[in-house]
Each structure stands twice: as structure tokens, then as C-alpha cells.
Design a protein around this ligand. Structure first.
Ligand code: SF4
Length: 284
């Protein structure tokens, strides 16, 4: 079960995305998956390259559109473990509409967002996760837009699994990815993944000083949505761990009539030669 391939990541040394890659590979192996049982769909951005760095099926899609592809893939072949991934610009700006509706729809996939609070690939502009006052080349006087709170947003639109982790914690991240994959339904994992080249504010040290692990909060109950929201608000979203999990909600697939039948990819399409030729000519 080797999920490493021979492609050398071209991320900057120290980029938080390296930990996400290693955690993903470990989580798949720990769960006993085979490479042909896993598919990773990514968007555009530094983080989007991850689909090419794992020995599994991979699809490096278009900006903000990893989720429609990932959901379609899962519905066509529910035997696959499908992980969508991308950056905060990908998922919380251009792709936000898809993020909200994928959460609401609850197809059984895992979405890992590498949140570095900046656009790294295009050399450092403010992203929807950059704090007010954040100075970049695109906002030399400081951003005058408020940062989005993805975990609070996910709770308000009905997410069944919401978690957050940080790239300095390989072990914790691996455990959270495993839990997200095991969760039946859509799981959203936001990873604080520092951009060491362009974001000089939200660094590893900054996260060390500002993040609170939910393990340290006495009596924290991840099945309590109200407590989850209150805790996020009290800590300005800066917490790590499984923030909320609802194990009762059925996934989208479980509500589809005929769910127990064979996945689409395994069904006999039973076409005559003439029907097959016509179908092919329509796509030609
Ligand atoms: Fe990572 Fe930033 Fe370098 Fe992109 S620019 S690879 S996000 S450190």
C-alpha cells in the first residue's frame, strides 16, 4: 500500500502542503486502502498540485471546481474513496458556491482545504481568508474586507463533519483525515497550511501561539452543534480538532432510490452495436 509516487513536489521548502500530502498518504495506508481505491480531485493553486503527488487516481481540475467533479465521481463509483482538495482561494472564493451546496448535499466525500490565507501560486494577493488590514501587493494599504470564517459557515449550512488542523501536527492531521474519510457523508477539513514564501504573518510560530486544541477544552462535545458554534466564536475560529460531527444524518447516496444497486460504473449498459456507435458519434 504505497501511496507515494516518484513525482517530486515543487512546493517551496517548508510549505505546509507537504504535511497535508504526507498525512493523506498515511491516512489511506492506515485505513487499509489500495491505490486503485482512492481518487483525489484538486483545483488550481499551489495546493492543487497534490493530485499528482499521490499514487492513486488523480484529477487536477479547474479553479474552484474540484467539488462538482468529486461528487460526480463518487456517485458514479461509490466504491472509491474520493478526496477533493485545494486552497482557500479555490474553495472559499471562486468555488464557494460549490462548497456550500456540497455541504448541504452531503455526498460521502472528504474535502481538504489547504488554508494559507493568501494566494500563493500568483505570488501573494489577499484571499478570502486574509484578515482585515492584511498587506499584500494587491492591498498595499491593508485589506478592507473581512475574512470569511469557513468553519462557522459550514455549521450554518448543515455540515455533518467539520474539523480543523495545522501543518505542524502530522499525527493529529492524519487522525483527522482518517476520521473524515470514515464519516458517512461530506466531511470538511480546513488545514492551516502556512505559505512560508508570501504570508509572513500567519506563520508556524503564529499558529503555535494562537491555536487552541479542542482536547484542552474541558467537556467539549463534538456532537453539540451549539457548543461548536459558540467555541468557534469565542476563539475567532482558531481551534484544532473535530469541531462537529453528526453521525445520524444519512448521506446523499443513502437517500437515492436504488442506492443498494450496483454502482453506475459496474452496471451493464447493455447497448447494441448500433446504439454504441451512435453514442460514440454524439461525443465525437
Ligand atoms: Fe507553498 Fe506558498 Fe510556496 Fe505556494 S508559494 S508552494 S503556498 S510556500
Amino acid at each position: 500500500k504505497e501511496f507515494r509516487n516518484k513525482v517530486k513536489p515543487n512546493w517551496c521548502p517548508g510549505c505546509g502542503d507537504f504535511t497535508v500530502l504526507a498525512s493523506m498518504q498515511r491516512a489511506f495506508a492506515n485505513l487499509g486502502k489500495e491505490p486503485e481505491e482512492v481518487a483525489i480531485v484538486s483545483g488550481i493553486g499551489c495546493s492543487g498540485r497534490i493530485a499528482g503527488y499521490v499514487n492513486s487516481y488523480g484529477f487536477h481540475g479547474v479553479h474552484g471546481r474540484s467539488l462538482p467533479i468529486a461528487q460526480g465521481l463518487k456517485l458514479a463509483n461509490r466504491d472509491l474513496t474520493v478526496v477533493a482538495s485545494g486552497g482557500d482561494g479555490d474553495g472559499f472564493a471562486i468555488g464557494m458556491g460549490h462548497t456550500v451546496h456540497a455541504i448541504r448535499r452531503n455526498v460521502d466525500i472528504t474535502y481538504i482545504v489547504m488554508d494559507n490565507q493568501i494566494y500563493g501560486l500568483t505570488k501573494g494577493q489577499t484571499s478570502p481568508r486574509s484578515e482585515m488590514g492584511f498587506k499584500t501587493k494587491s492591498t498595499p494599504n491593508g485589506s478592507i474586507e473581512a475574512a470569511i470564517s469557513p468553519m462557522e459557515m459550514a455549521l450554518t449550512v448543515g455540515a455533518g463533519f467539520v474539523a480543523q488542523t495545522v501543518s505542524s501536527d502530522l499525527k493529529g492531521m492524519t487522525a483527522i483525515i482518517e476520521a473524515g474519510i470514515k464519516h458517512k457523508g461530506f466531511s470538511l477539513i480546513n488545514v492551516y497550511s502556512p505559505c512560508v514564501t508570501y504570508n509572513k504573518i500567519n506563520t508556524y510560530d503564529w499558529f503555535k501561539q494562537n491555536l487552541t486544541s479542542l482536547d484542552e477544552i474541558e467537556g467539549y462535545d463534538p456532537s453539540n452543534r451549539g457548543q461548536a458554534m459558540q467555541t468557534l466564536m469565542e476563539h475567532s475560529g482558531l481551534v484544532t480538532g473535530i469541531i462537529y460531527q453528526n453521525t445520524e444524518r444519512p448521506s446523499y447516496e443513502e437517500l437515492i432510490k436504488g442506492y443498494k444497486e450496483e454502482p453506475l460504473v459496474k452496471q451493464d449498459i447493455n447497448l447494441t452495436e448500433e446504439q454504441f456507435d451512435r453514442l460514440i458519434s454524439e461525443f465525437a
